[in-house]
Design a protein around this ligand. Structure first.
Ligand SMILES: Nc1ncnc2c1ncn2[C@@H]1O[C@H](COP(=O)(O)OP(=O)(O)O)[C@@H](O)[C@H]1O
Ligand SMILES: [Mg+2]
Length: 253
């Protein structure tokens, strides 16, 4: 694929499951199968909305999936990693995992790309081709874009119009690409708002028995109405309620 030839060729990110597990980004081994099944359920509607598979209609900007939450520590990075790996099992997709959480670039650290150029460099320099900073991984269907190097203007950069351009370009370059964006918390930061506008799909992670209902409602009110929003109840100890509740464009109900 054309975009594959433009991505970095000097670097490959190794997806080291053991290391990711020890950092808490993959489930403990005894929970692996249950979680894999849950992510299988979660990804179906996301894929249908993104690329129109199974006769479904493609949603506008549906290839851009923002993984969001009201507050930190609810499981955005965990969800981003597990969702991206589950999507990457689909041989006809090309998955791009983006670290867009500048205040807490957890993904960057976990994948060993701290200090590598990424999203912030693209935001600073309009002449850069976004494809050229994407790093392939040793999973052929998965690539990642680091956050890049922070500066005093990080917040402004993340909220700038250029963000929208970059995201649209990345989606437009390959109709079979699905972009999973690990983002900063909606209620603590303003920089996630542009992502919330540009993404066609949002997975809103809600930590079971922890996130107050009002915070969830406040977070939803920051998301535009023209998108699909799914709530993911994370870390529920009650197996029957652990799962996914899906809604389309009904963020105000
Ligand atoms: N489903 C889950 N199962 C086990 N541990 C989880 C799960 N979701 C999150 N965690 C743990 O909870 C903590 C917060 O998750 P994280 O993804 O870093 O949150 P966020 O990115 O929203 O700040 C991490 O230590 C992570 O390992
Ligand atoms: Mg995180």
């Amino acid at each position: 694929m054309a975009e594959r030839t433009r991505m970095r060729s000097d670097r490959v990110v190794k997806i080291d499951r053991q290391a990711l597990r020890s950092q808490g980004l993959l489930p403990p081994e005894h929970q692996e199968r249950t979680l894999a099944d849950q992510y299988r359920q979660i990804k179906r509607p996301l894929i249908a909305n993104a690329i129109g598979r199974g006769g479904a209609e493609k949603l506008p900007r549906g290839q851009l999936i923002m993984v969001a939450s009201a507050m930190p520590g609810e499981g955005k990075t965990f969800t981003s990693v597990n969702l991206a790996l589950s999507l990457a099992l689909e041989k006809d997709l090309s998955v791009l995992l983006i670290d867009a959480d500048a205040p807490k670039p957890h993904l960057n650290r976990a994948l060993g790309v701290a200090g590598e150029p990424g999203l912030l460099e693209l935001l600073r320099d309009e002449s850069l081709d976004p494809e050229t900073l994407i790093i392939p991984t040793d999973v052929p269907t998965l690539a990642m874009l680091p956050i890049g190097t922070s500066s005093e203007t990080t917040t402004e950069l993340l909220a700038s119009h250029r963000m929208e351009e970059i995201m649209k370009q990345l989606a437009g370059n390959n109709p079979r690409r699905i972009i999973v964006i690990d983002s900063p918390p909606l209620l603590l930061t303003s920089e996630s708002r542009v992502l919330a506008e540009v993404a066609g799909q949002v997975v809103l992670v809600v930590r079971a028995n922890c996130t107050p209902q009002q915070s969830v409602l406040d977070a939803i009110s920051h998301l535009g109405e023209d998108k699909s929003i799914g709530l993911l109840l994370n870390q529920s100890t009650d197996a029957a309620s652990a799962g996914y509740y899906y809604g389309y464009g009904d963020s105000k109900t």
